[in-house]
Ligand binder design. Structure first.
Ligand SMILES: Cc1cc2nc3c(=O)[nH]c(=O)nc-3n(C[C@H](O)[C@H](O)[C@H](O)COP(=O)(O)O)c2cc1C
Length: 401
């Protein structure tokens, strides 16, 4: 991002909020004229980034009781040279609250405010040109209070006046309530679209010796969410039932909770069965692992041609189930990664896990429960490979030739 991008975003905001044109114009002029506008070293003032952070219900906003100013504010702070104000604001909010899975509700600017910061010993009186974005905490709402705050609190938006009389905060509350009224008209299609677009690969890894158990209170919520997500995922379409008369679906899911993952890691490492260190590191970092298999057609009386067709369709159905599962995990704010599974698909591992040998592994889904980042900061996270290469070029509106 650049100063020009920020100016363009401000112009879009101006169109949406013509009654705020005066303050928008001051901000645009400041960004246009001051090359160092994102640096706190610019003593006359600087751009700052804030977050109007609501909980999953949208009814409460997270406020911080500011240590230096002794007042309740939204989260946010200096952008420290980052012209991507949205990302800088998100980083500040995460640092101040310890929350993760903060999802931007709308990438456009939510509110702006220019306010005077009183002078202190080391810095003169100056302006903050504050650009605010609306975010929602999709995962856990359990925050931690950083050194910058006296306290943090989820404040019911209807009761915000009990915490502040700041005009700009009351304005944000009103703006939020207005969007909520509009959002209640958000269609199911729009909600579904946002979840599909939000799903992404998080390859979370750590060294084996750094594996830590998932705390009990997270286990309970984590297990319930994973099981529920699987149950919902099972509404994927399928054509051919499996031969097991009790289980129609042509897929199976084998769930390994935290203890079993640790055990599997020990077994496979001791036996030198894990040749791929990436797989070891993924296993070491996950909170739960779900192996999804599909069931090939075995009956000899079925002609090969038909058998191939059935197998293709069973594989396709199992893939639909896996995608449903990833979407559910995403909607619940859990990180996930669909891997082919490498050595996990081998017959000795299947035997170890009691998976019938004729089944075929289609997905090893590595899951990290919500809010583990702060508990296990030694983990690293990498994105999937194709994230930035998506296009719509694969859609062909075919004509009859
Ligand atoms: C059947 C299947 C198997 C996959 N196996 C692997 C794998 O073993 N290793 C890998 O790096 N990515 C694998 N991927 C790709 C990632 O899961 C991911 O989808 C991809 O990196 C794109 O990133 P995104 O999900 O964030 O868009 C697999 C995807 C599918 C559908």
């Amino acid at each position: 991002m650049s100063r020009e991008t920020v100016i363009q975003d401000l112009k879009k905001y101006r169109q949406k909020h013509p009654n705020e044109a005066g303050v928008v114009d001051r901000l645009v002029e400041f960004v246009r004229e001051q090359e160092d506008c994102f640096e706190r070293s610019l003593l006359q003032g600087h751009v700052t980034g804030s977050v109007w952070l609501v909980d999953p219900s949208g009814l409460n906003v997270l406020l911080t009781h500011h240590r230096k100013l002794n007042k309740w504010f939204q989260l946010g702070g200096h952008v420290d040279g980052n012209s991507n104000v949205l990302e800088a604001a998100r980083r500040e909010a995460e640092e101040e609250s310890g929350l993760q899975h903060l999802s931007v509700i709308e990438p456009g600017i939510f509110d702006i405010d220019i306010h005077l910061i009183p002078g202190r010993k080391l810095e003169p009186e100056h302006y903050h040109y504050d650009i605010r974005y609306a975010f929602q905490a999709l995962g856990s709402t359990e925050y931690h209070v950083s050194a910058e705050s006296l306290d943090l609190k989820w404040v019911p938006i209807d009761q915000i006046r009990e915490y502040t009389t700041e005009e700009s905060m009351l304005r944000m509350a009103e703006k939020w309530k207005a969007t909520q009224t509009m959002n209640s008209q958000q269609t199911q299609a729009e909600i579904l679209e946002s979840i599909i677009r939000a799903r992404k690969t998080d390859k979370i890894t750590c060294e084996i010796e750094d594996r830590r158990p998932v705390p009990d209170e997270r286990q309970k919520h984590g297990k319930a969410t994973v099981l529920h997500s699987l149950e919902v995922a099972g509404w994927a379409p399928f054509h051919y039932p499996s031969n097991d008369k009790n289980i129609h679906e042509p897929w199976r899911a084998y769930v390994l909770w935290d203890d079993e993952v640790s055990q599997l890691l020990r077994e496979l490492t001791n036996e030198h069965r894990f040749k791929q260190s990436k797989l070891q590191k993924l296993t070491a970092a996950c909170s739960a692992l779900v192996l999804v298999t599909w069931i090939p057609e075995q009956r000899a009386e079925i002609k090969e041609e038909n058998r191939n067709k059935i197998n293709e369709e069973n594989l396709a159905a199992a893939a639909a189930m896996v995608q449903n599962f990833l979407l559910m995990l995403t909607a619940h704010g859990m990180s996930n990664y669909w891997s082919s599974g490498g050595d996990l698909g081998k017959s000795d591992v299947f035997e170890l896990l009691g998976i019938p040998k004729q089944q075929r592994l289609i997905a090893a889904v590595f899951i990290e429960y919500n809010d583990m980042k702060n508990l296990q900061p030694h983990k690293t996270c990498a994105p999937g490979k194709h994230r930035d290469k998506r296009s719509t070029n694969w859609i062909q509106q075919t004509r009859i030739h």
